[in-house]
Design a protein around this ligand. Sequence first.
Ligand SMILES: N[C@@H](CCC(=O)N[C@@H](CS)C(=O)NCC(=O)O)C(=O)O
Length: 188
Amino acid sequence: MSQKYKFLYFPMKAVGESIRLLFHYSNVEFEDVRVSNEEWAKMKSEMPWNLLPVLVVDGKHQLSQCLTIFRYLAREFGLVGADEFETAKCNEYIDAMDEVRLDVLQMFRESDPAKKAAIKKNVVDNTFPKAWPKFNGILKRNGTGFLVGEGVTCADIYVAYMVDLLTGFVEFSTMSDYPELDDHRKKI
Ligand SMILES: N[C@@H](CCC(=O)N[C@@H](CS)C(=O)NCC(=O)O)C(=O)O
């Protein structure tokens, strides 16, 4: 692997952190550029979709959209399972987790405190109790401690990171109801 990677995102965790984790897990060097608000005002118009994250490969190829970048790097770093079906299962779990993320994201897009509280309640009462047993069951059935196959894939990294991040946002305190998922989060 001889590519040079530069990863541009804001100085926050959010979805960009899942991409940084891929680099760190794979021990691949990258330039971790954390763009300030002042810098962003000057560079926004030059970005392909006027949004971050953006990955720059070898100083010339720009790639946007977080999950596109995540999946591209996962393939480059050999974290997409043993065959095409396992790769598809990784994508299934990443997409399912992204639906959970988008539910939580609504909270941050809402400025009215009452509406924000209602979104949070929906996440705690509906989104998590529907999603977490599914992921818990997948881990139980696979029986290897990983979501797909017998070792770490990008799905483990995305799901474990998002469980950690999203439960933290809404102070969800009953992860112990989902022991396989909670252990997986801690292990990964
Ligand atoms: N669909 C895009 C969304 C990216 C996005 O919303 N980026 C936000 C930060 S998380 C952004 O660039 N905000 C700055 C702005 O809109 O000026 C992706 O998945 O990468």
